[in-house]
Design a protein around this ligand. Structure first.
Ligand code: C5P
Length: 285
C-alpha cells in the first residue's frame, strides 16, 4: 500500500499582540511566526482496514479522535469518500502543549501529506480552509515560508520576506500549559497599547538582528507568569547567560533566547540547568 514520510516543524512567535476579545470566544491577534528547525517526523500509510490509527513515540499524545492529526485525516477521508484506512506514525521531538505548535504543525503536515498520498488535488487556499477549522495555528504551517504575519485568530496568514537566519536557545519547562487557560487569565489593556508587531516588522525585513532582539514581545507573558511566577527566573537566567533578548513563545511555557550564532546558542546551553527543562538549539527554517 502507498506511504509517505513528511517533516513537521515547530514555530516560535517573535511578537504576539492581543488586540481584543471576540464574540466567538477567541481573541483578535497580530503575531509574527517563525518556522524553526525543531521537527517531528510523520509517516502516513494507506491500509485496507478502513480505520485511522495513530502511533506516537510520546506517551501523552492522544491516539484517538481528540488528536488534531486524527481530525485532519477524518475530515479529508469523509469529504473525499476515501474507503482506505490510514496508519499514522508520529516520531515526536517537539514538546507537547509547549507553545511551539507541535500538534498544529502535525495536523498541517497530515493535510498536505494526504493531499499528495490520496491525490486530492487541493490547492493552498483549500488546505488553509481545512487548517483554519482545526485550530488557530494550523494555517501558518500550510505555507512553506520561514516568517509570516498571523492576524484574525492567527489563522489569516501573510508571508513575510526576510534575509534573517535567526538562532535561538529554547528552554521548555517540563510542565504543560493549555492555551485556553492562559487566554482566560489575560487582563486586556486596551488604552495606550503599543503596536509591537509594527515596531518589529521593519527590523525583520532588513534582517537587523540586534534591533529585532529589542522588539521581541508577547502580550500573553503576564498571563503565563500569573500561572507560573517561577518562570520569571528562567527569563533572567537566559539573559544572565548572555542571550540578546528573551521571549515566551505562544502561550508558553517555552521561552527562547535570541542569540548571535549557533556557537552562541551552544555556549548558553552549556550554562543552563537541564533538570527542570528541555533545552533546544534551533534556527530559522
Ligand atoms: O485555536 P486553538 O484551538 O488553538 O485555540 C485554543 C484556545 O485558545 C481557544 O479555545 C481559545 O480559548 C484560546 N484562543 C484565543 N484566541 C486566539 C487563539 C486561541 O482566545 N486567537
Amino acid at each position: 500500500m502507498p506511504h509517505l514520510t513528511v517533516h513537521s516543524s515547530a514555530k516560535v512567535n517573535l511578537c504576539l499582540d492581543v488586540l481584543g476579545a471576540r464574540p466567538d470566544g477567541y481573541h483578535e491577534l497580530r503575531t509574527v511566526f517563525e518556522r524553526i528547525s525543531l521537527a517531528d517526523t510523520i509517516t502516513l500509510k494507506s491500509v485496507k482496514t478502513g480505520k485511522i490509527t495513530i502511533h506516537c513515540s510520546h506517551p501523552h499524545v492522544p491516539k484517538g479522535p481528540k488528536n488534531l492529526v486524527y481530525k485532519a485525516a477524518l475530515m479529508l477521508k469523509q469529504d473525499f469518500s476515501i474507503s482506505a484506512g490510514l496508519d499514522i506514525n508520529i516520531i515526536k521531538n517537539i514538546p507537547v502543549a509547549a507553545g511551539l505548535a507541535g500538534g498544529s504543525s502535525n495536523a498541517a503536515a497530515v493535510l498536505s501529506g494526504l493531499n499528495r498520498l490520496w491525490r486530492l488535488g487541493l490547492g493552498q487556499k483549500e488546505l488553509v480552509n481545512y487548517a483554519s477549522c482545526l485550530g488557530s495555528d494550523v494555517a501558518f504551517f500550510v505555507y512553506d515560508v520561514s516568517f509570516a504575519l498571523g492576524t484574525g485568530r492567527g489563522e489569516i496568514i501573510t508571508p513575510l520576506k526576510s534575509p534573517a537566519k535567526l538562532w535561538h536557545l529554547i528552554v521548555t519547562p517540563k510542565v504543560k500549559m493549555y492555551t485556553r487557560e492562559v487566554f482566560a487569565r489575560l487582563k486586556l489593556k486596551l488604552t495606550n497599547k503599543k503596536d509591537n508587531v509594527n515596531i518589529l516588522l521593519p527590523f525583520l525585513r532588513k534582517g537587523d538582528v540586534c534591533r529585532l532582539a529589542g522588539a521581541l514581545s508577547n502580550d500573553l507573558e503576564p498571563a503565563i507568569l500569573s500561572l507560573r511566577p517561577d518562570f520569571a527566573y528562567l527569563k533572567e537566567k537566559l539573559l544572565d547567560a548572555g542571550a540578546l533578548s528573551v521571549c515566551f513563545s505562544g502561550s508558553g511555557p517555552s521561552i527562547y533566547g535570541l542569540v548571535r550564532s549557533q556557537q552562541h546558542a551552544f555556549d548558553l546551553r552549556a550554562r543552563m540547568d537541564k533538570r527542570f527543562a528541555q533545552v533546544f538549539v534551533v534556527s530559522t527554517l
